[in-house]
Design a protein around this ligand. Structure first.
Ligand code: SAM
Length: 288
C-alpha cells in the first residue's frame, strides 16, 4: 500500500538512508496525500497503461502509480535515491522498473517501442523545475508516442502553457504546447505540500495530446521561427519583430505584403495572434 505521502514517513526514510537533498536536481518531495490523489485522478491511469515517471525521488508518487497502472518505468538521475527505491519503498511492487539516468539523455522512442510495442504511453511527474521546458518540449517535438503528460510544474509555467491570445502569459510556450496538446490545469498546489518547500507556487497540468495538430501548416519549423520572432520583441509590431529577427530573412516589403494579404493591420502585435493565424502566416511565407 502507498504510505509515503506524509511528512513523518518521508522524514523516516530520509533519516534511515542519511539522504541529503540536492538543490541542483530540483528535489522537492511531495508530502500531501490529497495532492497525490489529485495527480493520479487527473492522469486517468488504467490497468492497461504503461506510465513513465520522471524523477521518482523516494518513490512517493511511484507507489500510487504502481497501484493504478499496468507497468511503471521510473527514471531518476540521482544515484543516491536508487537503493531507497529498489530495496525499500518500491520493493514490494513487481510492475516497476527503475532506471538511473538523466531523462534528457534517454531514447524514449526506443523505450516506448520496446516496452509498449509503440503504443502511446502516459507521462506522470512532479518535475524538477530547472528543466521543465526542455523536458516537455523535448517530449513533444521528438514525437514520442504519448497519450498524455500530467505534471507538477511552477504555477507561472502552467499559466503560460494554458494562456489564450492577448493576455500577459501568452507567448511562444503557449503556442508550442497548444500545437501538440490540449492543456488543462487540474490543481494549484501551495509550497507547504513539499519537502523542502519550493520558493514558488505550483500547479498540476494535464496535456492531452492531439492525434493530429489542430491547424494545417506546410512548414512547422518556419511557423515556430515566426512565433519566436514575434515574441522576442513583445512590445514591437509584428512587422518589426519579423523583419529584425536573426532567424528570418524576409524584407520589410515582403513582410508588409504577407500581412496585408492575410488581412492583418500593419500595426498588429504578435501577442494578439492565435495559433490558426500563425499557421495562416506561415503558409503565406512558405510560398515566397
Ligand atoms: N516524484 C518525487 C515526489 O513527487 O516526491 C520527486 C519529485 S522532485 C520535484 C524531482 C525529481 O527529479 C528528483 O528526485 C530529482 O532527483 C529528479 N531529477 C532531476 N533532474 C532529473 C533528470 N534530468 N532526469 C531524471 N530525474 C531527474
Amino acid at each position: 500500500m502507498a504510505n509515503l505521502g506524509n511528512p513523518k514517513e518521508t522524514i523516516a526514510i530520509l533519516n534511515k538512508y542519511g539522504f541529503n537533498f540536492q538543490k541542483k536536481f530540483g528535489q522537492n518531495f511531495l508530502i500531501d496525500t490529497h495532492v497525490l490523489e489529485k495527480i493520479i485522478r487527473a492522469a486517468e491511469i488504467t490497468k492497461d497503461d504503461l506510465v513513465l515517471e520522471i524523477g521518482p525521488g523516494i518513490g512517493t508518487m511511484t507507489q500510487y502509480l504502481c497501484e493504478a497502472a499496468r507497468k511503471v518505468i521510473a527514471v531518476e538521475i540521482d544515484r543516491n535515491l536508487i537503493p531507497i527505491l529498489t530495496n525499500d519503498t518500491l520493493a514490494e511492487y513487481d510492475n516497476v522498473t527503475v532506471i538511473n539516468e538523466d531523462v534528457l539523455k534517454l531514447d524514449l522512442n526506443e523505450l516506448v517501442q520496446r516496452e509498449n510495442n509503440g503504443r502511446p504511453i502516459k507521462i506522470v511527474a512532479n518535475l524538477p523545475y530547472y528543466i521543465t521546458t526542455p523536458i516537455i518540449m523535448g517530449l513533444l517535438e521528438s514525437h514520442v508516442p504519448l497519450a498524455s503528460i500530467t505534471v507538477m510544474v511552477q504555477k507561472e509555467v502552467a499559466d503560460r502553457m494554458q494562456a489564450a491570445p492577448g493576455g500577459k502569459d501568452y507567448g511562444a510556450l503557449s503556442l508550442a504546447i497548444q500545437y501538440y496538446a490540449r492543456p488543462y490545469i487540474a490543481a494549484n498546489v501551495p509550497p507547504n505540500c513539499f519537502m523542502p518547500r519550493p520558493g514558488v507556487g505550483s500547479a498540476v497540468i494535464r496535456l492531452t495530446l492531439f492525434d493530429c495538430p489542430p491547424v494545417e501548416v506546410r512548414d512547422e519549423a518556419l511557423m515556430f521561427r515566426l512565433i519566436r520572432a514575434s515574441f522576442a520583441q513583445r512590445r514591437k509590431t509584428l512587422i518589426n519583430g519579423l523583419t529584425n529577427s536573426p532567424e528570418l530573412s524576409f524584407s520589410k516589403e515582403q513582410v508588409t505584403q504577407v500581412l496585408t494579404d492575410c488581412g492583418f493591420s500593419p500595426t498588429v502585435r504578435g501577442e494578439t495572434l492565435s495559433l490558426a493565424e500563425f499557421a495562416k502566416l506561415a503558409n503565406a511565407f512558405s510560398v515566397l
